[in-house]
Design a protein around this ligand. Sequence first.
Ligand code: SF4
Length: 231
Amino acid sequence: MQIGGLQEFSLVDYPEHYSCVVSLTGCNWRCPWCRATDFVLPEISKRAGKISEKRILDFLKQKQNILEAVVISGGEPTIHKDLPKLCSNIKKLKYKVKLDTNGSNPEMLNNLITNNLVDYIALDIKAPKAKYPLVIGFKGSLANYLIDNVEKSINLLKQNNVPYEFTTTFSPQLTRKDVLQIAHWIRPAKKYRLQLCHIQDQDEEQETQAHRTLFSIQQAITPFFDECDIR
Ligand code: SF4
């Protein structure tokens, strides 16, 4: 496992808890709007410094009076076989653990849930089923396999008691209809969070229009979820 980043403090990444964010390097997908390319693309992440697990754990020992939770993000954390060990070491220090995932590895999610190694999971839904191959850049049987895995992860979260949220970034690849289709796919669910994709060089009018569209989507799909918000 390579740890590529440590954001020492966050008020927004773990609901209702002061957290830090640990970013693991590497991802099995290549989403076009990815904002974490520092932790995804090998040519970039190789140049970035490595942070040892010991340094992370030492940092957490020092911050036990301030921080309450650790968000494990990426990249895609579930590609790392030693993720359960990292979660376990963090939980031994009495921190809550949140996992950000693309849902491609339901076996790892099941392992973490079964062994009480996560307290919150955010699963990013990239597109409606039919559009997933286009958005994540895979075709044919591999795309079908990955979509099946995402669906298994969705069902796993809905069947378990670990708090979770589904999220979707309203990227330029998605239309209003796409997000409505996603909502119909994952409904009913506890929490669905929509977020705007921040695009470089987007003018104010385009951004306002994207906000309006997202707001109208939220109004249409709110009845499907216990909670539906925009971040
Ligand atoms: S799954 Fe997440 S980290 Fe990986 S490429 Fe897509 S947006 Fe980036």
